[in-house]
Design a protein around this ligand. Structure first.
Ligand code: UDP
Length: 329
């Protein structure tokens, strides 16, 4: 089996490429390196059954060629990261909607399976935990650009399901909850790589708001295992499925954990949302997946502990900082 991964040089995509190759599949990566990095897939270049192309998922011809050459697609190419979304809403909306439509369109002819990566962000401001796939979505107003991301991904889901029901394209939708691990970068606002870098550099660890907001962090190795299983599960076709860990931690607790595991003496500093993002920024107090469907469909649960996750991210950061130092010397 040959799998096209759009966004395959990104954080999750590159780990998925590793996992699929290890499982014996062939992998074709398409990535425009906007948020992905070549260094994420460097170790795969030249390996049998692996191929990559630097190009955009908005390039219809290129996507059509790659879809033709593969058996199915995992569509991960998207504008991601809260900071990027707040700063570049036009780019976010165009990329997220445009690329998904192009992938689905290209898959229509041969009715090839498309797994669309969506996000827990689509649940929006709902305060009902845990979030279940059939819950109502509760997005904020269009005047707050944060919700452009959630809305664009929700529309991606609708589009995918519409292509399935109207045009016969088999689709699976994976709603990924906070996924973290090596290769994730902090510059687009993701909390854990940010905390790890700050702790290692002795800078203040910036906790936004009052730090009581909670998230469930899943290790990327668990996320790609879940994605690979979904891809291989015929019963998942036509389904929307949450993928995530269920252990909750507050951002303040996370900051303390990162500081302790990094052996750091950084100050932990509370930063008001207005300063961290833009005025009127809305955050979610809690975000927990209901994993009943994930268990039922793929017989899987996230098993990697938060301590291991934090250690892995710190080690990855350490390596990166050392590299930066040696190239600056
Ligand atoms: N956050 C933080 N400090 C940072 C970056 C993020 O306290 O340097 C907070 C952010 O406001 C949110 C949580 O950490 O409450 C998770 O943020 P992230 O962007 O990683 O993921 P989200 O769950 O918001 O998509």
């Amino acid at each position: 089996m040959k799998v096209l991964i759009t966004g395959g040089a990104g954080f999750i995509g590159s780990h998925l490429a590793d996992r699929l190759l290890a499982g014996g599949a062939g992998v074709l990566v398409l990535d425009d390196l906007s948020t992905g990095r070549l260094s994420n897939i460097e170790h795969l270049i030249g390996r049998p059954r692996f191929e990559y192309r630097i190009g955009s998922a908005l390039d219809e011809k290129l996507v059509a060629e790659f879809v033709d050459r593969s058996d199915c697609t995992v569509h991960l190419a998207a504008a991601v990261g809260v900071r990027l979304i707040v700063e570049q809403p036009v780019h976010t909306i165009r990329t997220n909607l445009g690329a998904t439509e192009i992938v689905l369109e290209a898959s229509e002819k041969a009715r090839k399976l498309v797994l669309v990566a969506s996000t827990s962000e689509v649940y929006g401001k709902s305060t009902r935990a845990p979030f279940s796939e059939d819950d109502d979505l509760s997005l904020g107003p269009t005047s707050r650009s944060r919700w452009a991301y959630a809305c664009s991904k929700a529309l991606d889901e609708w589009l995918a399901l519409a292509y399935m029901h109207e045009r016969g394209v088999p689709v699976i939708i994976a709603r990924l909850f906070n996924t973290v691990g090596p290769r994730q970068v902090g510059q687009y606002g993701m909390v854990l790589p940010n905390f790890a870098r700050q702790a290692l550099c002795g800078e203040p660890i910036t906790v936004f708001g009052d730090g009581t907001q909670q998230r469930c962090f899943g290790h990327v190795d668990d996320s790609v295992e879940a994605l690979a299983r979904l891809l291989a599960t015929p019963g998942a076709i036509g389904e929307v499925c949450n993928l995530g860990a269920t252990h909750e931690v507050s951002m303040l607790e996370l900051a303390h954990l990162v500081r302790a595991r990094a052996g750091s003496e950084s100050e932990i500093r509370l930063v008001p949302y207005d300063q961290a993002y833009t005025k009127g920024f809305e955050d979610m107090p809690r975000r927990v997946p209901d994993i009943t469907k994930m268990r039922r469909l793929i017989d899987f649960e996230y098993g990697i502990s938060l301590e291991t996750i934090v250690d892995d991210v710190i080690e990855d950061r350490r390596g990166r900082l050392a590299q930066q130092e040696s190239s600056a010397a």
